[in-house]
Design a protein around this ligand. Structure first.
Ligand SMILES: Nc1ncnc2c1ncn2[C@@H]1O[C@H](COP(=O)(O)OP(=O)(O)OP(=O)(O)O)[C@@H](O)[C@H]1O
Length: 301
């Protein structure tokens, strides 16, 4: 098969004035105040926020292994939602079914009213996805990957160019846009993949382990971009093993163990009076004592 020919103008991209602000997502009112009369007094009540993502009865089996055993979650617009769980808990399997990459055995996923499996074109239009294991077209340059991502989402070329410039500046990738993505470091690959997921300003970003391999300075940068996106009404759903990071940046969380949600709610509700890490370890079945490894303490030479 011949390599795809992509029309990009990297030189032009490089000279565009970089703007660090990422364009805000599709505008959604973050919190709506409504007037309500209670016993003669007028008080402001927060209106119910729109549900962006509704996961109902999601199940996935691989032969005799049940990876996801009936997950229900409802995520509101403007949430920064973290999914945490031990290795093999079913986080990636769940997010793959949410984003239309893996067909569920049972259950439904509805994104902004559109069923991901019954109405995939509409549902996927409102989503930006950072998949597990970075399934990217890595024989493209960074500029080409951003260009393709924008054009495939139906953006005008001029919009793709200006957003590519904004994103590459915001993610610190301006000097690497002409290099093949396959030659990027793990952290750079993650950043270009997140940038590609954001280029069409989706209402919902689903990010599987977005900060794995990303250095602390870049992570702080990416977090700031995501926080501004959420403040503008966008919604982030991300998985991570890094408890203090999730605790710091997410307002809501779900703890998934053995394919089931053991706790979900606001960060304060799930954490209680503990740290998220202690609560997580408690829900995940406690720490394992490292016994039976005495051979490791007697060196073979
Ligand atoms: N394609 C597959 N074929 C067979 N088993 C699979 C497949 N994908 C996942 N599994 C199994 O499903 C379970 C859940 O895996 P999953 O990758 O969703 O976990 P995870 O919570 O994302 O783990 P980690 O934190 O280690 O990435 C595991 O037992 C895994 O071995």
């Amino acid at each position: 098969m011949t390599d795809p020919v992509v029309e990009t103008e990297p030189e032009e991209l490089a000279v565009v004035e970089p703007v660090v602000e990422v364009e805000p997502a599709v505008e959604i009112e973050p919190v709506v105040e409504v007037e309500s009369v209670v016993e003669g007094e007028t008080v402001a009540l927060p209106a119910a926020r729109e549900t962006v993502l509704k996961i109902s009865g999601l199940v996935k089996r691989f032969d005799d292994k049940t990876a996801v055993a009936g997950i229900d979650l409802e995520i509101e617009a403007g949430s920064f939602f973290g999914i945490v769980g031990p290795n093999g808990a079913g986080k990636t399997t769940t997010l793959s079914m949410v984003t239309g990459l893996l067909r569920p055995d049972a259950g439904t996923v509805v994104v902004h009213g559109a069923d991901v499996w019954a109405n995939p074109v509409v549902a996927k239009r409102t989503m930006g996805v950072l998949p597990d294991r970075l399934r990217l077209f890595d024989r493209l340059t960074g500029a080409q990957l951003l260009y393709y991502s924008g054009i495939l989402h139906g953006l005008e070329k001029s919009v793709v160019r200006s957003r590519s410039a904004d994103l590459s500046a915001a993610f610190g990738l301006e000097d690497s846009l002409d290099r093949l993505v396959s030659d990027y470091s793990a952290g750079m690959t993650k950043k270009i993949a997140i940038a590609a997921a954001m280029i069409h300003s989706p209402r919902l970003l689903v990010l599987d382990e977005p900060f794995e391999s990303v250095d602390p300075v870049s992570a702080a940068n990416v977090i700031e971009i995501l926080q501004k996106y959420v403040a503008a009404g966008g919604t982030v759903v991300m998985s991570s093993h890094t408890m203090n990071l999730i605790e710091r940046i997410c307002d809501s969380v779900a703890v998934v163990v053995n394919g089931a949600v053991l706790a979900t709610g606001t960060m304060a509700e799930v954490r209680g009076d503990k740290s998220l890490e202690d609560r997580f370890v408690e829900l995940a079945g406690g720490r394992k004592a490292a016994e039976g490894m005495e051979w490791l303490h007697k060196f073979s030479d």
